[in-house]
Every structure is written in C-alpha cells, then in structure tokens.
Design a protein around this ligand. Structure first.
Ligand SMILES: COc1nc(N)nc2c1ncn2[C@H]1C[C@H](O)[C@@H](COP(=O)(O)OP(=O)(O)OP(=O)(O)O)O1
Length: 184
C-alpha cells in the first residue's frame, strides 16, 4: 500500500533537473466520457493513459502537449487547459525526476484515430480502467474530474510500484510549478 507523506518529505537528488513531459486527457462533457489510449510501445506499454510525451528542446510545454495529441490520436486541440503538474521519482532513474504537465482538452478538430503508439478508446467517467493504469492515477484523477488544479510527487520502485506520494489541489498552478523547478 503506498504511503501518503507530507509535501517536502520526498527528497530529490540535489541539482537534478526535471525531464519535462506532457499528458493530455480529452473530455467529452456531453457524452460524460474521457478519451484514453492504450500505450502500444515504449514506456508504460500496456497501460491506458492520456496522450503525451517528452517536451522537445526549444518547444513550449503547450506546443508539446498539442503536438503529442496530434501525433498519438490524430486530432488538433482547439481548447486545451493546463491542469496539473506531477513529479515522478524512480529509484531506478535516481538523477532524473520527471515533471509531467497535465492538460485537459474539451474541443478538437479532426477524427480520432490510432497511431503506432496509442490505441484510443472512450471510457465513461465511472468506468475509468484504473486497474490498467499507472498506480498514481487514482490519486489525481478525482481532482482532474472535479476541474481542480493540482500538484503532487510520486516515488516508484522498480519503475511501476508506487511507494509514497503527496498530492494536493493548488490555487496557483504556475507558482507551484516554479517552486518545483527552482534551481534547475
Ligand atoms: C509514473 O507514472 C506515470 N503516470 C502517468 N499517468 N503518466 C505517466 C507516468 N510516467 C510517465 N507518464 C506519461 C508522460 C508521457 O505522457 C508518457 C511517456 O512519454 P513517452 O515516453 O511515450 O514519450 P514520447 O516522447 O512519446 O516517446 P517516444 O520517444 O517513444 O516517441 O507517459
């Protein structure tokens, strides 16, 4: 059972810069459902997740989020909002905490289609497949679905076993992101 800790109790490697990633969850308000993708290859293969990936050098986080959604689900976001920042610390990648910027997309152009990386699938809000998702997801999804902004840190051992975490709502997401990435 993962242990809930106080913010600040998770020690980060000194001087380690975060590696930035994006994660976009598409929500269909009228249909009461969310779009996830089954990851077909690479990191997290076999899990359902939002759409996203690494922020490339020289790219803004917003541009990376839009690009990854198009590459992985074939649609262009026309309404996307930044909603959270999740830091992941892996004991098998100790010098490289990941900072995943979570976005919410409620409108898009184009037809959803599979890519070589993701197989998109709609899920009703009360049927999100947490048993086939990353172990951190049940802790932040409620905040996401309640339209809150949130920040948190999750530590994993052997890549996929969640050891401890903190998560909280934030009233100033960008200020918290700044604090999380200070000294980089
Ligand atoms: C560790 O817990 C995680 N939970 C969740 N929900 N999502 C996570 C977790 N760790 C990483 N992610 C997300 C962040 C990104 O959206 C993807 C990983 O990106 P990926 O490695 O696929 O990046 P790409 O740039 O697409 O990689 P390629 O080089 O394969 O194109 O998972």
């Amino acid at each position: 059972m993962p242990r809930e800790v106080r913010e600040g109790d998770i020690a980060l490697a000194r001087g380690a810069a975060h590696r930035a990633f994006t994660l976009v969850v598409v929500r269909d308000y009228e249909g009461g459902r969310v779009l996830l993708g089954e990851k077909l290859r690479g990191f997290g293969a076999g899990y359902y997740n939002g759409f996203g990936g690494k922020v490339e050098r020289g790219e803004t986080v917003e541009a990376a989020a839009a690009r990854e959604l198009t590459e992985e689900a074939n649609v262009e976001a026309t309404n996307m909002t930044r909603r959270g920042a999740l830091r992941f610390v892996f004991d098998d990648k100790p010098l490289e905490p990941w900072l995943v910027h979570v976005f919410h997309c409620s409108r898009y152009d184009g037809e959803i289609a599979a890519s070589d990386e993701m197989r998109p699938e709609w899920f009703d809000l009360d049927d999100v497949p947490f048993e086939n998702m990353w172990a951190d997801d049940p802790y932040w999804w409620p905040l996401f679905l309640e339209e809150k902004e949130f920040v948190g840190t999750f530590t994993f051992t052997n890549t996929t076993t969640l050891v401890d975490y903190w998560i909280r709502e934030t009233k100033d997401l960008m200020l918290d992101v700044e604090a999380m990435t200070a000294n980089e």
